[in-house]
Write a protein that binds this ligand. Structure first.
Ligand code: SF4
Length: 216
């Protein structure tokens, strides 16, 4: 007698397929940075990051195994509990995962999809807006450059201006260019960024307005 044994996929296989994802936190707030500043948005923060920025303000996100793994159906169901239909996928480094299935489901349910990424892994997913924030600590994957709608470079020290210009040469010509002072260095660098943008008007300033508003 032939027996057909059905083996359920493991959690690791479901994560690899993008059908389940480790979620550090998810919350409804106001987008504080970049092009969508001021928009109500549901943030989905995925656990896991291998970039290692020294000034990272979400170091807790780095270890993916610390966070519960949820199905994409549950993630989207939770998002639907709030009235806003802008979803921002962030991390951690969200492109460590296959974001195709999650973004497909979000869009089916009427969400506009945004991502905030360092671009350190191959691009995946169906996004209406891609905010690319490259980091010196891990080189971006080449697939990000054609996808980026916004290049947002965090200014932590003086050499970051050159780093920003190097990446501006690689993105599409209609990509919006923004410089953002790193929060702990804002007092030092904001005046320099103001002068830089005045002298290099292809750039705009991005501020972490949610920190001024004291919201997540
Ligand atoms: S890429 Fe983002 S989450 Fe990862 S270390 Fe840098 S700031 Fe932190």
């Amino acid at each position: 007698m032939n027996t057909l044994e059905l083996v359920a996929p493991t959690t690791q296989e479901l994560i690899a397929a993008g059908l389940q994802l480790p979620i550090m936190e998810a919350f409804y707030t106001i987008q504080g940075e970049g092009r969508f500043t001021g928009h109500p948005a549901y943030f989905i923060r995925l656990g896991g990051c291998d970039v290692g920025c020294v000034w990272c303000d979400v170091k807790d996100s780095w270890e993916a195994a610390k966070w519960p793994v949820l199905s994409i159906e549950k993630i989207v169901e939770d998002a639907l509990a709030f009235p806003g239909r802008l979803a921002v996928i962030t991390g951690g480094e969200p492109l460590m995962y296959n974001l195709g299935p999650l973004t497909k489901l979000l869009k089916e349910k009427g969400f506009t999809t945004n991502i905030e990424t360092s671009g350190a892994h191959p691009f995946s997913g169906d996004f209406d807006w891609v905010c690319f924030s490259p980091k010196k600590f891990k080189k971006p994957h080449p697939s990000i450059y054609v996808e980026a709608d916004e290049l947002k470079v965090v200014i932590y020290n003086k050499s970051d201006f050159d780093f920003a210009e190097d990446h501006a040469k690689l993105v599409n010509s209609d990509c919006e260019l923004r410089l953002q002072p790193e929060w702990s260095k804002a007092a030092k660098f904001t005046p320099e960024i103001i002068e830089y943008v005045k002298n290099h008007p292809t750039w705009k300033i991005s501020l972490q307005t949610h920190k001024f508003m004291d919201i997540p």
